[in-house]
Design a binder for this molecule. Structure first.
Ligand SMILES: Cc1cc2nc3c(=O)[nH]c(=O)nc-3n(C[C@H](O)[C@H](O)[C@H](O)COP(=O)(O)OP(=O)(O)OC[C@H]3O[C@@H](n4cnc5c(N)ncnc54)[C@H](O)[C@@H]3O)c2cc1C
Length: 226
């Protein structure tokens, strides 16, 4: 996010937070002493409005968060999460603070997260994504106490592919370009599919691409033709 305080203990990325909860068994605390801030009974917020943000905050609620917030800089209409997810999260008591962006994470003086300073937003003209751009409202800053903040503002491809793999074409967002029917890339013998081609999407799309790629790989290996 590029705001002060992102380094504080208690500020997580979504994948780190969910990995600790699930794969490292924080949900079975104290049987598993998974390294995660004990937020039971305390305030937790996610920053972002996608499905992963809602996965994170609903997980936090299940693990005993006292109050759970979604802080999203656009309005509910622009939220990328599925409508059902939003509705279910609201039904579970998660509080949505829309048109709100954290501008600083606050330190408790010992390197732990104490809260966030937020700013209200208004919607301006559409940006490159086609969604209306959030514009900060001067003088609207306020503070919210938090023990945990989970930053969930999207993922992107690792740009290293371009420099390490000559002949493999990527697009301007560093995703690999692949033929939609065969999953072939621009580099002979290399096939690609799933999120690395489409950007963050779904399991079913990745599986479909995997099946198409498997068939194409088989065709290539048996015929020798590219
Ligand atoms: C928190 C979260 C919740 C989600 N919820 C849903 C959901 O409910 N429903 C849904 O359909 N989708 C969901 N998705 C999206 C879904 O997980 C992805 O769309 C899907 O996993 C993409 O599959 P993939 O095979 O393209 O990539 P991945 O599943 O990311 O697999 C890529 C694999 O490549 C490995 N890898 C990376 N670099 C290398 C390397 N250099 N060498 C070897 N291996 C490497 C990685 O470790 C990984 O195992 C969710 C995603 C997240 C993050």
């Amino acid at each position: 996010m590029g705001i002060p305080g992102e380094h504080l203990n208690g500020v997580y990325s979504a994948n780190e937070f969910l990995t600790r909860i699930n794969l490292m068994h924080a949900y079975e605390f104290p049987k598993y002493d998974a390294p995660i801030v004990d937020f039971r009974g305390k305030n937790v917020a996610v920053i972002g409005g996608g499905n992963t943000a809602l996965d994170s905050i609903r997980s936090a609620l299940r693990l005993g968060a006292g109050k759970a917030f979604v802080l999203y800089r656009r309005s509910e209409a622009e939220m990328p999460a599925r409508k059902e997810e939003v509705k279910h999260a609201q039904q579970e008591g998660i509080e949505f603070q829309v048109l709100t962006a954290p501008i600083e994470f606050l330190d408790d003086g010992k390197g732990w997260l104490a809260g966030a300073r937020c700013q209200k937003m208004a919607l301006g003209e559409p940006d490159a994504s086609g969604r209306r751009r959030p514009v900060p409202i001067e003088g609207s800053e306020y503070e919210i106490p938090l023990s945990v903040a989970v930053i969930v503002i999207g993922t992107s491809a690792n740009p290293i592919v371009q420099s390490t793999t000559p002949g493999l074409n990527t697009n301007k967002r560093n995703y690999i370009q692949a033929d939609a029917a065969t999953q072939r890339t621009s580099r002979k013998g290399v096939f690609a599919g799933g999120d690395i081609v489409t950007g963050s999407a779904t399991v079913i799309l990745a599986m479909g691409a995997g099946r198409r790629a498997a068939k194409s790989i088989n065709d290539y290996l048996t015929s020798g033709e590219w």
